[in-house]
Design a binder for this molecule. Structure first.
Ligand code: F6R
Length: 368
């Protein structure tokens, strides 16, 4: 049932192009110009116009998808979004009103803290939209409306295709929201949809270069500490890359907003320490490169994930690069996370760990 792959995780990483297509299918008009989310029966356009804020609540990897979701919704619909870890949200008396849309994100739909946050939101009169991979799960049953991600069953404890399908769901919802609020015109929406259409092939292209990532992973696996840095969406993806690596390789890593390094963490940078840098947000590239200079000056070994065409220029400032196909800057997380998934997979493999069933962890966290 691993379809010829050594592990479920690797199989699921390779299923992402299909998961992207399946999650988009039927939600984009035939002419490719608009999104239609017919599953939003309670949260109608009229309701959407009423909300003055959005809260995104989830745990772990789903929370990292939510951080990307915040940028998507704010950029596309221009509505303020807060993101919270579910175990914090439920206890901090968040300001929830009937004008709040709460989006809960959960692969399993059974995570105890996420479910409790959903209930807290409903008690306070908010509308709840769930993004989940499991039809009929507790979260799906209790939310007002549900966008199902069509990633298919995810067996490996480390989430991969569920995370990226959650990103696709956020792009679709963000575009839908923008259409309703009229914050983006048809040409813009169809441009994003066209770029999304290319994502599956672009993921295939990244997967075909897995050997390059495997080598980097093998060298990283000899270290016990490393850093991930990035700005903007690259920071959100850095957090996910770091979690994935910790989870299955047991190598300690920290993800930092690149500009924050000099506020303390730089003290930890020493000769030979690997720093994985995401540099896909081109408006922020110069800023990240200046942070890279700071770690290079202290002897860090910098591996950068960059956009196609930028390798040559950026390789002057770093030790090694991996390039991802070009897309819109808002869509890069759907590509840039893939090399990081492979990196953690191959690091875990190199260290001889149980990739699919890491120690101390369960696939579904149904206790607080
Ligand atoms: C990490 C991972 C966890 C889950 C988290 C939430 O790879 O899988 O961080 O993302 O436990 O689970 P769900 O999405 O089922 O609510």
């Amino acid at each position: 049932e691993k379809a010829g792959f050594d592990h479920f995780m690797l199989k699921e990483i390779h299923e992402q192009p299909k998961a992207y297509r399946d999650t988009m299918r039927g939600r984009v008009s035939e002419d490719g110009k608009s999104v239609s989310l017919s599953e939003l029966t309670t949260i109608t356009p009229e309701e959407l116009r009423k909300f003055n804020r959005v809260h995104i609540v989830a745990c772990g990897t789903a929370m990292h998808a939510g951080m990307v979701g915040k940028t998507i919704i704010e950029q596309l619909a221009r509505v303020p979004v807060e993101t919270d870890v579910a175990s914090e949200y439920r206890y901090r008396s968040p300001i929830i009103t009937p004008e709040t849309l709460v989006i809960v994100v959960s692969q399993s739909g059974e995570t105890a803290d996420t479910l409790a946050a959903l209930r807290e939101a409903k008690r306070n009169g908010a509308r709840v939209l769930a993004i989940t991979n499991v039809v009929g799960s507790s979260v799906a049953r209790e939310a007002d409306d549900v966008i199902i991600t069509l990633a298919g069953p995810e067996i490996a404890v480390a989430s991969t295709k569920a995370y990226t399908s959650q990103l696709i769901a956020f792009y679709l919802f963000g575009l839908h929201y923008a259409q309703v609020l009229d914050t983006k015109d048809e040409a813009f929406v169809s441009g994003v949809l066209a770029a999304m259409d290319s994502l599956p092939e672009q993921v295939e292209k990244i997967l075909s270069q897995a050997e390059v990532i495997k080598k980097i992973a093998e060298s990283i696996s000899r270290h016990s500490n490393l850093f991930f840095i990035g700005r903007g969406l690259d920071y959100a993806v850095a957090l996910e890359g770091s979690l994935k690596l910790k989870e299955i390789s047991y190598i300690h890593s920290e993800a930092y907003a690149a500009g924050e390094l000099k506020h303390g963490t730089l003290a930890l940078i020493e000769e030979g320490i690997p720093v994985i840098s995401l540099i896909t947000q081109e408006d922020l590239q110069e800023k990240t490169l200046s942070n890279i200079k700071e770690v290079k000056a202290r002897g860090a070994d910098v591996f950068a994930i960059v956009n196609d065409g930028n390798e040559e220029e950026i390789s002057k400032s770093v030790d090694s690069v991996f390039s991802i196909p070009r897309t819109l800057s808002l869509l890069t997380p759907a590509l840039s996370v893939v090399p990081l998934q492979l990196l953690s997979y191959y690091a875990s493999l190199a260290l001889g760990h149980d990739v699919d069933k890491p120690r101390n962890l369960a696939k579904s966290v149904t206790v607080e």
